[in-house]
Design a protein around this ligand. Structure first.
Ligand code: ATP
Length: 597
């Protein structure tokens, strides 16, 4: 027996439920779908007759008086065969070409929009006339059946759609809701749209309106922006991406926003509102603007609330990102104080995003000043001078070492501020040959010049005396020559030494099994791992001290300089350090009063 062909049956209620629950975010979209069909029908008629009237008039239930909502358009209308083919076939649309591609002029394309009316109505009636053809009345019911009949002749070609409310959905057809929704979706539509007799379309998008001067245009746009974001914008940036048929304006927010929050850009598609929270149109890092734009070429998703992700959208997003960056660059070049006001407002966001986004990192690199051993400078400038950048994780370390690093020609950045160290570590992404390292004070010591052989020979007694004086202190005295000469001595604790010191402190506090465990873990102690007390041979006082024969004076001075170096480095003084400093101080005073004792 040959196979018997059957057609699918569609449970329309089930389909409407599916749409309302999973596709459309609210019944309010029915207004958009009706408006869109009317606008497309007018566009289609005007293609053949450019002078055809272009009016959409909506009568809410208060106006019709019979509880229904009516929407009249002067569009192309439908013939009876078209009614069967288009209105009564779910998924069929007159707005696709024979290959199934959306036709450029039209808003609709999917052939499901009219179904959204079943979200609020049990019955949809379409009274339509195409050209001189007879007027046809189609009635569709939510249970899936429809009727078609001839109707009393319409005076003009066009279509009227009549909705009768579902129980409990009456308010969706009421004047205040309908006016608000028509204005919401349709304010920028290019045709005359009215609710009752009240026009709701503003005509031209605000960024395309004519103004006598550029300043007047800017003021008008800023006022529009203020209504949009609820406060005066910091600035307005014109947007244009011709290949996406896109124009619009970006309003720079005057206050900080949470960069993690989803963006809220208002996007119109062929001048019909797509949504107020379209995020895919701008790059993630554009958290500091709120945009309003219209695009003729980008495609919507089937829910018509977001843009469809394709190559054109990606290219548009990139072009818009470039326009925002160009604004930042212009701002920096023409008005640095405004740039710093901008960075002041959006600092945290800019920095946080620079950790993930290379473009933002580029902006930070170029414009945000960091505290360095050569004053406050942007990193871009700093890395042109230094191909290795060191940073300190703490403020104290930076304060102590910045001057010394600068004197050795070393580039040092204070990494203590939030995000600064992380940003520094990401810099090689922009500049692969750049070396960024946390400063290990040992690195500094290796840059200090050793003494020549003669000086080394002449100072060996001093070093021996210093070593003896520091026997109970955990550090190794060394003599080097370095800038600035005004600095007599420097206490340097490398990372190995710091680890060893921590271990020792833990060992002193622990006992029994723990002490043994810590002991077993302790690194081999070598001389390198001990902190260094570096005496600066270039300092006149130290130079004189190395040739002093009075060992008592050398001993007291070394102890005093040790205390000085600890204090200058913000190191904690232990009780016997304090005792040593007191002893040295009093001893030196005594020596000053009674030399020779
Ligand atoms: N007011 C109208 N005037 C003329 N034709 C209409 C009107 N409303 C609907 N139609 C016809 O009915 C078809 C189906 O409309 P429907 O709104 O379901 O889908 P669509 O507009 O084609 O696509 P989408 O689902 O993207 O909105 C349309 O393609 C159009 O041909």
């Amino acid at each position: 027996m040959p196979p018997v062909q059957h057609s699918f049956h569609v449970d329309l209620r089930g389909v409407v439920d599916l749409l309302s629950r999973h596709l459309y975010s609210s019944p309010r979209v029915y207004v958009r779908e009706l408006l869109q069909n009317s606008v497309d029908a007018i566009t289609a008629r005007r293609r053949a007759d450019a002078a055809a009237p272009a009016v959409v008039r909506i009568e809410p239930r208060e106006t019709t008086g019979d509880g229904s909502l009516r929407i009249h358009d002067t569009g192309i209308g439908l013939t009876e065969p078209q009614v069967h083919e288009l209105l009564a076939t779910i998924g069929n649309s007159a707005k696709r070409d024979p290959l199934g591609f959306a036709r450029h002029d039209f808003l609709g394309q999917f052939g499901i929009g009219l179904l959204s009316c079943f979200l609020v109505a049990d019955e949809i009636e379409v009274i339509t006339r195409s050209g001189d053809a007879e007027t046809v009345v189609w009635r569709g019911h939510a249970d899936g059946h429809y009727t078609v009949e001839r109707g009393p002749a319409r005076e003009e070609p066009g279509t009227t759609v009549v909705l009768r409310a579902r129980r409990d959905f009456e308010h969706w057809l009421g004047a205040s809701t309908v006016t608000e929704l028509v204005r919401h979706y349709g304010a920028l539509l290019p045709y005359d749209v009215r609710v009752g007799d009240e026009p709701v379309t503003d005509g031209t998008p605000p960024w395309q309106a004519e103004h006598p001067t550029p300043d007047a245009r800017r003021d008008a746009l800023l006022r529009y922006g203020e209504r949009l974001i609820g406060t005066a914008p910091f600035d307005v940036i014109d947007l244009a991406v011709p290949e996406a048929g896109l124009t619009g304006a970006a309003f720079v927010l005057p206050h900080a926003t949470d960069p993690g929050e989803r963006a809220r850009h208002r996007v119109y598609l062929k001048r019909m509102l797509l949504g107020d929270r379209v995020d895919a149109i701008m790059p993630d890092w554009a958290f500091f603007v709120r945009c309003v734009l219209n695009t003729d070429e980008l495609r919507p998703t089937a829910s018509r609330e977001q843009l469809f992700e394709d190559d054109l959208l990606a290219a548009a997003r990139e072009a818009l990102g470039a326009q925002l960056r160009a604004w930042l660059v212009r701002l920096a070049a023409t008005s640095p104080e405004r740039l710093s006001a901008f960075l002041g407002a959006h600092y945290r966001g800019v920095m946080a995003l620079a950790l993930h986004d290379t473009e933002m990192l580029r902006i930070v690199d170029e414009w945000v000043e960091f505290e360095t051993s050569e004053g406050s400078v942007p990193l871009g400038e700093f890395r042109r001078r230094h191909r290795t950048i060191h940073y300190t994780p703490s403020m104290e370390e930076f304060r102590q070492l910045a001057g010394i690093a600068a004197a050795q020609g070393m580039g040092l950045v204070n990494g203590a501020y939030t995000y600064h160290a992380d940003i520094l570590r990401r810099l090689p992404r922009l500049d692969p040959d750049l070396v960024v390292r946390r400063l290990d004070p040992d690195d500094l010591a290796t840059r200090f010049a050793a003494l020549d052989a003669a000086a080394e020979f002449a100072t060996r007694d001093f070093l021996a005396a210093a070593r003896a004086a520091l026997a109970s202190r955990d550090c190794e005295p060394v003599l080097r020559s370095f800038s600035p000469a005004s600095l007599p001595v420097l206490y340097l604790e490398g990372s190995d030494a710091r680890l060893a010191a921590d271990m020792r402190a833990a060992r002193e506090e622990a006992d029994g099994v723990w002490a043994e465990l810590i002991e077993a873990d302790a690194p081999e102690q070598d001389e390198q791992a001990r902190p260094l007390l570096v005496f600066n041979y270039r300092n006149p006082l130290v130079a004189r001290l190395t040739s002093t024969v009075d060992t008592r004076v050398v001993e007291l001075s070394v102890e005093a300089l040790y205390g000085y170096a600890m204090l200058a480095g913000n190191r904690p003084l232990r009780p016997d350090d304090v005792a040593g400093v007191n002893r040295a101080f009093l001893g030196l005073v005594e020596h000053a009063i009674h030399p020779g004792r």
